[in-house]
Design a protein around this ligand. Structure first.
Ligand SMILES: Nc1ncnc2c1ncn2[C@@H]1O[C@H](COP(=O)(O)OP(=O)(O)OP(=O)(O)O)[C@@H](O)[C@H]1O
Ligand SMILES: [Mg+2]
Length: 356
């Protein structure tokens, strides 16, 4: 689904307005602090009912107002989302939605900003989120496994923290193991798919780096999960949380057989992160049924012209809807012969400006 129109009221610093988007390329430019990231954030919230920059949507309410309202017209449904200090309401086609996931599963949306370059160097959590993003959007059962796992882990950790009803630990172990093993199988399978795509289609960005991903379980090799939870029960009780499990999985990233974080230059790491991002988008596009929206926030300032061009050519080939912010009013060369819309943001006021 692409987003065709957005109306926003009292959202961050942005002046209330209605915008019509291009189904393929939207370029947004403006000075620092003008409201570019806020505009991307409003689109993200309409797809996910959560933000990429704050855990609490109430912080998006304009400081001088009591609540914000977003309304999006997608290619075949409409979403309204209102948030006040106390209350949040989501409607799809006028019908009230109870669970956030009902909205989140409709349109896959990705955000790439300077944080995305931590995918290789950063903590394992970021790499788990990367693989999970693909799985959430393609394998519908994965959400159920994930929800069951999170519930079991929360209950288990609560027992460990309070150190009471410890006899219930075995019950929660059983409840935890089934979804963990299902998730592990999915993660392994997708890492293998990603490795194939990296090898076949990312040569222009990766050259001869010979990159591959390797799954590392969040418990010791050669031990099954049940055995591991039992063996480490005293350790868990002492620390007050579950030390081993799927929540401790890692994905090692190798270049030429060595840890990529140790051997690549900063620029090569950025290229690798982009190749991983594009590969995930390809995978979701090929395996899922729905078009994807991708937000690129201020990436151009981080990348040389050659890398930017390779990235945009790859992204255009995917046929996804792009929103690209930049400080300057520049049209990347890959877009020059294409149709696009351009938006200028100045002190929170967004104006549609002419092509070219
Ligand atoms: N809830 C809010 N109410 C009003 N203004 C806000 C709110 N939250 C953030 N702002 C302000 O909105 C402005 C726009 O922020 P935003 O991050 O969107 O700018 P930007 O154009 O992306 O800037 P940069 O180029 O530096 O990334 C900032 O001045 C910020 O302080
Ligand atoms: Mg910004």
């Amino acid at each position: 689904m692409t987003i065709r129109q957005l109306s926003l009221t009292d959202f961050r610093n942005l002046r209330s307005t209605t915008l019509d988007f291009d189904p393929a390329i939207n370029l947004i430019y403006g000075d620092n602090g003008s409201g570019k990231s806020s505009l991307l954030e409003s689109i993200y919230i309409l797809c996910q009912a959560c933000s990429f920059s704050t855990h609490q949507l109430k912080y998006c309410i304009n400081h001088a107002k009591q609540g914000f309202l977003l309304f999006g017209r997608f290619s075949d449904y409409r979403v309204g989302l209102s948030r006040s200090a106390q209350k949040q309401e989501i409607k799809i086609d006028g019908e009230l939605v109870k669970r956030r996931s009902e909205l989140a599963s409709k349109t896959p949306i990705g955000i790439a900003n300077s944080n995305s370059f931590n995918l290789v160097m950063g903590p394992p959590q970021q790499r788990r989120a990367y693989i999970d993003w693909c799985l959430f959007h393609v394998e519908h059962q994965y959400v159920d496994h994930w929800t069951q796992f999170r519930h079991a882990l929360k209950q288990r950790n609560q027992l460990l923290k309070e150190r009471k009803d410890l006899n219930l630990l075995e019950y929660w172990d059983d409840y935890l193991i089934k979804p963990s093993l299902a998730m592990q199988q999915y993660r392994r399978q997708y890492i293998s798919l990603i490795n194939n795509l990296l090898g076949e289609e990312m040569n222009d960005l990766l050259g001869d780096l010979n990159v591959s991903l390797e799954y590392q379980a969040g418990w010791p090799a050669g031990m099954d999960l049940q055995q591991c939870l039992q063996t480490n029960r005293d350790k868990d009780i002492k620390s007050g949380f579950t030390n081993f499990g799927i929540h401790r999985d890692n994905i090692r990233i190798l270049a030429k057989g060595l840890a990529a974080a140790q051997v690549l230059s900063r620029g090569q790491v950025k290229r690798l992160c982009l190749a991983l991002l594009i590969t995930a988008l390809k995978l979701v596009r090929d395996q899922g049924e729905r078009p994807i929206i991708l937000l690129l926030d201020d990436l151009c300032s981080e990348l040389d012209k050659n890398t930017q061009n390779k990235m945009f050519v790859q992204l255009l080939g995917l046929g996804i809807q792009l929103f690209v912010t930049n400080i300057e009013r520049v049209v990347p060369s890959a877009f020059q012969a294409k149709e696009f819309k351009m938006f200028h943001v100045e002190h929170g006021i967004i104006k549609t400006s002419k092509n070219g």
